[in-house]
Ligand binder design. Structure first.
Ligand code: ARG
Ligand code: ZN
Length: 419
């Protein structure tokens, strides 16, 4: 009795304190901004690895200012500055606010109510909380929600697909997944918000009569937990192959379409390491298998990322290569961007993913398109024109959730009308 009380008391104290995880410190790191409007600068940025002697971590871009952002490690800062000056390229090295990279959050106590939509709109959840949220929705909406385990991550966490409106018929499917890149936290919340809102708002729920939507809100749970607890800027999976120096593969370079080609690295320590072979990652294997099982019914595919405020369409594995129905992709991409803009005026740029700064082979959008899925997009969510990057403050989650919902339901509506 007393023992039990004691354990409860300790648990209570533990769960109520502010927990500040001990993170990797990013003191001395810099964000490198390079404007690429001019031809010479653009060519420089596109070959930046050759100029620097290593590939810096590409963060994203501000397409309004035509400026690329890279994350520069402390010991590379001097070298990078020298290289840029030598070539007469204008640039800015911005200090990182290392406070932003330490995540202090209040743990919920066990007696607290279940995870609610308010949580989804105001804070970043743990993987376990995400699963708890999905389980609750599944029991609340037994006829509209089926949870499916697509397989386990490298560290053994189930990759859960939420099948919305699966009634055993052959309706067209829209596939949405999020967070293959661990540090892009807003993508997880945006996916969960979509699931909750399409179920709870009767105006949108009726879309599920004609279309099934499969959402995988966390495609990289190992990476996400690692980013939450250890290294905020972690991007990759957490796999490690025997004798490899560094852990992790870029899941979005691991898909089996032009795998290992342009815009990838074969060195394990790189942020864009493409893995030992196509679909070497259990996460990617689970996703490709699941999509292939239903590919004839899947009419649209969206992968949620951040940041940049972009709607990207294939092909992205190389430059100057467009699918024959590219005009359809542009038309629907623009409809999605307009739906976002109509909400608060936020602008998204609809563009080809290979013609921008970097082609990248082995990405999921290209692979989905290659499987015959007509509308395939990668969405880079907010921000774009400020410097919080992946560290989107919690008070901005709600707006991004709502904007993403508008874009995704626009796509669902297109599919319900065209198929
Ligand atoms: N930021 C994403 C990445 O680097 C963009 C991928 C776009 N698609 C593509 N096929 N290049 O993975
Ligand atoms: Zn990404």
């Amino acid at each position: 009795m007393f023992l039990r009380f004691g354990i409860c008391l300790i648990l209570f104290i533990f769960l109520n304190q502010h927990v500040t995880a001990s993170y990797k410190s990013y003191d001395g790191y810099k964000i490198l901004e390079v404007p690429f409007k001019h031809k010479i600068a653009k060519r420089y940025v596109q070959n930046i690895d050759k100029h620097f002697g290593f590939m810096p971590d590409f963060l994203g871009e501000n397409w309004k200012k035509e400026e690329a952002h890279f994350f520069i490690e402390k010991d590379q800062v001097a070298k990078v500055g020298d290289a840029l000056k030598f070539s007469n390229i204008s640039f800015n090295l911005r200090d990182v606010d290392s406070k932003m990279f330490t995540f202090s959050r209040k743990r919920r106590d066990l007696a607290n109510s279940p995870i609610s939509i308010t949580d989804i709109n105001t804070r970043y959840l743990s993987y376990d909380e995400q699963i708890q949220f999905l389980n609750n929705l599944a029991s609340q909406f037994p006829n509209l929600v089926k949870l499916q385990n697509l397989g386990n991550s490298y560290e053994g966490r189930p990759i859960t697909a939420v099948r919305l409106g699966d009634d055993g018929t052959n309706k067209p499917i829209v596939w949405i997944d999020a967070g293959i890149h661990a540090r892009e936290w807003i993508s997880y919340n945006a996916a969960l918000y979509f699931i909750w809102t399409i179920l709870n708002d009767p105006n949108y729920r009726q879309l599920l009569q004609n279309v099934q939507v499969n959402v995988v809100p966390n495609t990289n749970p190992d990476g996400y937990e690692y980013s939450r607890t250890t290294e905020r800027m972690w991007r990759k999976t957490r796999s490690r192959f025997t004798s490899s120096k560094c852990a992790g593969t870029d899941g979005n370079r691991n898909y089996p379409f032009f795998w290992g080609n342009e815009g990838v690295s074969h060195s394990t320590c790189s942020e864009i390491y493409c893995g030992t072979r196509a679909a070497s990652e259990p996460e990617v294997l689970a996703l490709t298998n699941a999509i292939m099982r239903e590919e004839r019914r899947i009419k649209a595919y969206v992968s949620l990322h951040s940041y940049g405020q972009e709607i990207l369409y294939p092909w992205g594995h190389t430059k100057n290569s467009h699918p024959s129905d590219v005009q359809d992709l542009i038309r629907v991409g623009k409809m999605m961007a307009t739906a976002i803009q109509n909400l608060h005026g936020t602008q998204y740029n609809v563009m080809n993913s290979g013609d921008g700064l970097y082609p990248a082979a082995g990405a999921s959008d290209d692979w989905a398109k290659s499987r015959g899925i007509k509308y395939s997009f990668t969405m880079e969510l907010s921000p774009s024109d400020d410097y919080t990057g992946f560290i989107l403050p919690e008070d901005r989650i709600f707006q991004v959730n709502r904007e993403t919902f508008q874009a995704l339901t626009t796509l669902v509506r297109v599919v319900s009308q065209e198929f």
